[in-house]
Design a protein around this ligand. Structure first.
Ligand SMILES: Nc1nc2c(ncn2[C@@H]2O[C@H](COP(=O)(O)OP(=O)(O)OP(=O)(O)O)[C@@H](O)[C@H]2O)c(=O)[nH]1
Ligand SMILES: [Mg+2]
Length: 265
C-alpha cells in the first residue's frame, strides 16, 4: 500500500478514535440526563436530554461517514490508463493477451489467432493496488497518427520493440523519439519492452538501451525490460515497476486534478 494511503489511514484512525471517545461521553451524559428527568422531575432536563440525543446522533452520523470514507479510500483501487505503443509486428497485441492470461488466470488469444491491429484493443486487469486499463494501438506507419489521440489520458507508456529484428530498430527509435517529444505525454513513465527474448540471436535489454541512446529519457522515469510475449518472462516485473511509478508520478496528480475527481483516478 502506498505510504500516502498509510499516512491518511493513521490520521483518520486518530480522528475516529476521538469521535468514539466523544460518543461514549455523550451517551453517559444522556443516561445521567434521563435519570435526572425521571427521578427529580427537574425543569430543563427534557430539553437538555433532547439536545444530547441530537448531538450524539450527529456524532454517530459523522463517525459512520468517516468510517465509510476510510473504507472507500483503502479498498477503492486507483485506475490507470497504460498505452501500449511500438511499430508494427513488435508483438504488442500478443503481449497484451499474455498480460491478460497472467493476471486474469484465463487463456487469452493464442498467437496464431492474433491479426495486425487496425483500431484499438483494450485490456483490463487488476493487481493488488490498482486497476489497469491497457490501450493497444496498431503500429503500421499509416496508423501511428491515431496514437496521439490517447496521449492526454494516458498515465504511462509501454513501448514494445522486437529485439530480434535489427532491421526494425531505426524505425522503432524514431517513432519512440516522436512519442517522447509530444507535450501531451510530458512526465509519463516509460517502460520499454525488449520483446521476443525466446528467439535466438535476440539482443538484451541493456544492449537495446545502448543502441537507442535516447536523449528524451531524462524528463521521465524509464526502464528497459527483457520480455517474451510467448513465454511471459519479464512481464510481471515490468508491470510492477510501471504501477509503482504511476502511483507516485506527478503526471498522475495532474490527470487527477484535471478530472476533478481527487482520489478517483
Ligand atoms: N517468437 C516470438 N514471437 C512473437 C512474440 N511476440 C509476438 N510475436 C510474433 O510477432 C508477430 C507480430 O505480433 P503482434 O502481436 O501482432 O504485433 P503488433 O505489435 O501487435 O503488430 P501491429 O498490430 O501490426 O502493430 C506475430 O507473428 C507474433 O506471433 C514473442 O515474444 N516471441
Ligand atoms: Mg497489434
Amino acid at each position: 500500500m502506498p505510504s500516502s494511503k498509510i499516512h491518511t489511514m493513521l490520521v483518520l484512525v486518530v480522528h475516529m478514535s476521538a469521535s468514539f471517545v466523544m460518543l461514549v461521553v455523550a451517551s453517559n451524559s444522556l443516561s445521567v440526563g434521563r435519570g435526572a428527568s425521571i427521578k427529580g422531575k427537574c425543569t430543563g432536563c427534557r430539553s437538555s436530554v433532547k439536545a444530547t440525543v441530537y448531538w450524539s446522533a450527529e456524532r454517530a452520523r459523522a463517525m459512520f461517514s468517516l468510517a465509510y470514507g476510510l473504507w472507500k479510500y483503502i479498498f477503492n483501487k486507483t485506475e490507470f490508463h497504460v498505452l501500449i505503443l511500438g511499430v508494427d509486428k513488435a508483438g504488442k497485441t500478443t503481449l497484451l493477451e499474455k498480460i491478460k492470461s497472467i493476471y486474469l488466470k484465463e487463456e487469452g488469444l493464442t498467437p496464431d489467432r492474433i491479426v495486425p491491429t487496425v483500431g484499438l484493443n483494450i485490456g483490463r486487469i487488476e493487481d493488488a493496488n490498482a486497476k489497469l486499463v491497457f490501450w493497444d494501438l496498431g503500429g503500421q506507419v499509416g496508423l501511428r497518427t491515431i496514437w496521439e489521440k490517447y496521449y492526454q489520458e494516458a498515465h504511462a507508456i509501454i513501448y514494445v520493440i522486437d529485439a530480434a529484428a535489427a532491421s526494425s530498430f531505426e524505425d522503432a527509435k524514431s517513432a519512440l523519439e516522436k512519442v517522447l517529444r509530444h507535450e501531451d505525454l510530458k512526465g509519463a513513465p516509460l517502460l520499454i519492452f525488449a520483446n521476443k527474448q525466446d528467439l535466438p540471436g535476440v539482443i538484451t535489454d541493456e544492449e537495446l538501451a545502448r543502441y537507442l541512446q535516447l536523449k528524451e529519457l531524462d524528463e521521465r522515469p524509464y526502464k528497459f525490460q527483457a520480455v517474451s510475449a510467448y513465454d511471459g518472462r519479464g512481464i510481471k516485473s515490468g508491470i510492477d515497476w510501471v504501477v509503482e511509478q504511476m502511483e507516485r508520478s506527478k503526471r498522475t496528480e495532474v490527470l487527477r486534478a484535471r478530472a476533478g475527481l481527487t482520489g478517483q483516478i
